[in-house]
Design a protein around this ligand. Structure first.
Ligand SMILES: [Zn+2]
Length: 296
């Protein structure tokens, strides 16, 4: 007799809906913008067909890895920060040679409205890195015209901004950078950018790739950006993603992160982690670290 798929199993196969957690006075909310389908072997080149036969639970009905695109809203009282800004109102088909399939965005403004947080009141937009699926609404006009984030500065790790020449190969060309530049404020490792939110440089995916550590109510959340793209990597931190700039450094960052997320009262946020964006690391039945969703 086959057991019915658990709710968790279903959630591995679809991009995330709006999900929130509280950390004392801070509320963090995943705000969906869209989704991308990752080609499992092309995205994680160290994997084989056997890997995916053995771990078919991570694949959607088309044999792809479902990944959401969006941002993490951090609210404390009347104040709000957004970490990453989605893909924007754009839809692109799969292009031959890309390790990802079709990609689309566009829902972030409507989802902020549903949450009740007008984008004009967001005091800053902080970026984990400047790939196109993280900067969308920082450069595309809002529905109805004008910038979505009226006056917000764009917080970018100093090493990400100083090596922005490397971004063009990933789709963020000179025009996009020129649009961002007037608002960019560079930030340093360890800097507090919002009450309870500090910058932690985590290079590897890009030279200035950055995590944000959010502390409140005796809990800690590490928003780790694209250090990991799929929860399957929690059990295999040595598996780098195709676009990783420095696979050795990204593997080191993932190993440290997986160890950290196994600590008590420590939660991870994986922006592309299907519908299990919040989780902690615990051993699976074989003793290998595994991702366990956290919903409250
Ligand atoms: Zn990304």
């Amino acid at each position: 007799m086959k057991t019915a798929p658990s709710q968790y199993a279903e959630r591995l196969r679809r991009p995330s809906v709006i999900r929130s957690l509280t950390l004392g006075p801070i509320t963090v909310t995943y705000v969906p913008d869209g989704a991308v389908r990752l080609s499992p072997h092309d995205w994680l080149p160290a994997t084989s067909e056997a890997t995916w036969r053995e771990h078919a639970e991570y694949l959607d009905g088309t044999g792809g890895l479902a990944a959401g695109i969006g941002g993490l809203l951090v609210e404390s009282g009347d104040r709000a920060l957004l970490i990453d800004a989605g893909f924007g109102p754009v839809s692109l088909p799969h292009r031959p040679g890309d390790p990802h399939g079709p990609i689309h965005g566009g829902a972030l403004p409507a989802n902020l409205a549903r949450i009740g947080r007008p984008p004009a009141g967001i005091e800053a937009v902080a970026f984990t890195h400047l790939h196109v699926d993280h900067i969308g609404w920082a450069r595309h006009p809002a529905p109805g015209g004008g910038p979505l984030f009226a006056e917000a500065p764009y917080l970018v790790a100093e090493p990400e901004w100083s090596r922005r020449d490397l971004l063009e190969a990933h789709g963020t060309g000179p025009d996009a950078l020129a649009e961002l530049a007037p608002r960019v404020r560079t930030v340093e490792d360890g800097q507090e950018v919002f009450p309870g939110v500090t910058v932690r440089f985590a290079p590897g995916h890009t030279p200035g790739h950055t995590a944000y550590v959010i502390t409140g109510g005796g809990r800690r959340l590490v928003a780790f950006g694209d250090a990991l793209h799929s929860p399957i990597q929690v059990g295999h931190p040595e598996w780098s993603a195709a676009p990783d700039h420095d696979t050795g450094r990204s593997a080191d960052a993932r190993r440290r992160l997986v160890a950290e997320l196994a600590a008590p009262d420590t939660i991870g946020f994986g922006i592309h982690f299907a519908d299990v964006v919040f989780g902690r690391v615990r051993p699976d039945g074989a003793g290998r670290p595994a991702w366990h969703p956290v919903d409250a």
